[in-house]
Structures are given as C-alpha cells and as structure tokens.
Design a protein. Structure first.
Length: 131
C-alpha cells in the first residue's frame, strides 16, 4: 500500500520508475501515464502503430486458421529462414558486383582496355565505360 500511495503522490514529479517501484504492475502504470501524457499528434501516431500491429497479428492468425481448415501446414519459421537466405544471397551478389566494379575502376585507372576489363570482371562494357 505504501508503494501505491508513494506512486500516486509523486507520479507527476517522476521521470522514470524508481527502483522501489520496479515491479511489473508499476511499470504498466508508468506506461499508461506516459501514453496519457502524449500530445494529440503523438497519440494518433501511437494508436496507428498499435492498429498496424494488431492488423498484422490478426492477418497472421487468420492465415493460420485458413491453412488449418484446408489441411495445410504453415511454416512461418521456414518462411523466415527462406527470406533470410534470399536476403543473404542478394547481399552477397551485390557485394560481389560492387567488388567487381571497384576492381574495374582500378584497372581502368591503370589504362587497360575496356574489353579486357569486361572479360576479367564479367561486367558489361557499358558498366565499365560509366566508371
């Protein structure tokens, strides 16, 4: 009770949760106080963010239900893994392309022919000429 009284009495002066009140329920109270202290625009942004989060969660739940009705197995983890693999592969390809461009740029500085650079780096003649 003492903690509650302290919180209610000093809430307007506190910037952060005191160590004495560092329990889950008090953290919730502080979160509610922070939200109620937002400006109108900040509240609208906060609410739209919450709505987007809830829409996303409901979309996923609906998709799972529909897949289960149809006897399909959803592998969100598999989808995430495939997405990560594709992202890594794309990043690797972009890195290799950038490295080839850097090499081509250096070779061009040395005065080597564009055709030779294209053959060596596997870049197009147009890309090398733009360097």
């Amino acid at each position: 009770m003492d903690r509650w009284f302290y919180l209610l009495k000093h809430m307007s002066h506190l910037d952060k949760v005191p160590a004495v009140l560092n329990k889950r329920i008090f953290q919730k109270v502080f979160k509610i106080a922070e939200i109620s202290n937002l400006s109108k625009e900040e509240k609208e942004m906060y609410n739209s963010g919450l709505k987007a989060k809830w829409d996303y969660e409901n979309t996923i739940a609906f998709a799972k239900e529909e897949a289960e009705k149809k006897g399909m197995e959803i592998g969100i983890e598999k989808g995430i893994e495939k997405g990560i693999e594709k992202g890594i592969e794309k990043g690797r390809e972009e890195g290799e392309h950038k490295k080839a461009l850097d090499i081509a740029h250096e070779l061009k500085k040395e005065g080597l022919s564009v055709e030779f650079i294209a053959k060596t780096t596997k870049l197009s003649v147009e890309e090398i000429e733009k360097l």
